[in-house]
Design a protein around this ligand. Structure first.
Ligand code: 5IU
Length: 356
């Protein structure tokens, strides 16, 4: 398929979804096709990892429900802080929530409740075993969210105000910032609105080549992410004995094609782009490298609990995925930032080789 040999920059130009286009540009700019699966135990560790590994990654995958001490405050909580780190370093947040239920329930889980995932996660994913109508339900919820955000940005936030200055004037912001869905909460916009020039440039020589001057630039040429939300369909899993069959995976492909303005692509074990105009992005977990002193001869042991691993070279070069998702391979290392760089370089090399 043409997407296997097309540069990410070129695919950015042809992507239907604005976030997919942004993500491909980030990948090109940061020379990274690495997603960190930040499965740590506390919010503190999560934010630490996001800040330290931010320069190496393009996506940070979360499981908010395994984090102890997750702060649900929409303005100052863990989601808002992650969103700020995402802007600072240029990565997208992917909450690996694997939604599966009837459409109405999923809409509520996605937009409301404790975590308000839609406010801080650019991307989430869905298991469509309950039927593909739930994809449309989530798309509708995301469209309503976007409308609300645009309205709130226009009416109540002056672009360019640093996050820290925005709500600390001692005033009640009740009405004009209310999120419009009747829960009386205020200011949830902080996690997503346009904030420029409020962060120090990140000290990363690797990125400085693209630095540009100008108001809209955060650092090193990375622009603001669009105020959009995207979905990945859970098409295949990495675990042993996974019950998702070919028919299910094919239903995901159909659901993706029917919802191109919301579905960015898949979490899958191989590329599912087959139709001429498919340009979906693929992310793949179950990725690990052998230790640096060992040859890459294919076999990587699983974790004894059903997880199976492949190397970045195989997943990108042979299976045709775009982004590898790595958790314990990086997190359990004594030096996560340099281990993340080792994974980034390997995965990027596999991508460059695929282009030839
Ligand atoms: N994850 C998988 N396999 C899948 C899907 C998600 O491992 O098919 I969809 C998640 C689980 C964990 C991360 O959060 O990706 C992988 O972590 P390790 O790299 O530590 O195995």
């Amino acid at each position: 398929h043409p997407t296997l040999t097309a540069p990410y920059a070129e695919r950015a130009d042809h992507a239907v979804h604005p976030l997919t286009s942004y993500l491909f540009r980030l990948m090109d700019l940061k020379e990274s096709n690495l997603c960190l699966s930040a499965d740590v135990q506390t919010a503190r560790e999560l934010l630490f990892m996001a800040d330290k590994l931010g320069p190496s990654i393009v996506v940070l995958k979360t499981h908010y429900d395994l984090i102890a001490g997750w702060d649900y405050n929409p303005q100052t909580g863990t989601g808002a802080k992650l969103a700020a780190l995402a802007r600072k370093h240029g990565f997208l947040i992917f909450e690996d929530r694997k939604f599966v239920d009837i459409g109405k329930t999923v809409q509520m889980q996605y937009t409301a409740g404790t975590a308000r995932i839609i406010d801080w996660a650019h991307i989430t994913n869905a298991n469509i075993h309950a039927g593909k109508d739930m994809v449309r339900a989530m798309a509708e919820a995301a469209a309503r969210w976007k409308e609300r955000i645009h309205y709130e940005v226009k009416t109540s936030v002056s672009v360019g105000t640093p996050v820290s200055e925005r709500f600390d004037d001692g005033e009640e912001h009740g009405d004009e910032h209310s999120s419009g869905d009747g829960d009386g909460r205020k200011g949830s916009i902080v996690s997503i609105t346009t904030v420029t020039q409020s962060f120090e440039p990140v000290d990363s020589p690797r990125l400085s080549k693209s630095t540009t001057e100008g108001d809209e630039v955060l650092f090193a040429g990375i622009e603001e992410p669009p105020a959009d939300r995207g979905l990945l369909l859970l098409a295949q899993m990495s675990s042993k004995g996974c019950l998702m069959d070919k028919e299910y995976t094919q239903a995901c492909v159909e659901a993706a094609r029917e919802n191109r303005s919301f579905v960015m692509g898949y979490v899958a074990q191989e590329s599912l782009n087959t139709a001429p105009n498919d340009n979906f992005i693929h992310m793949t977990p179950g990725c690990k490298l052998p230790p640096p002193d060992e040859e890459e001869n294919g076999e990587i042991e699983g974790d004894g609990l059903g997880q199976q691993y492949n190397t970045p070279a195989k997943l990108i070069g042979v299976c045709g995925t775009d982004i590898v998702i790595v958790g314990r391979g990086i997190i359990n290392n004594g030096d996560p930032p340099s281990e993340a760089e080792r994974y980034r370089k390997k995965a990027w090399k596999a991508y460059l080789a695929r282009l030839e």
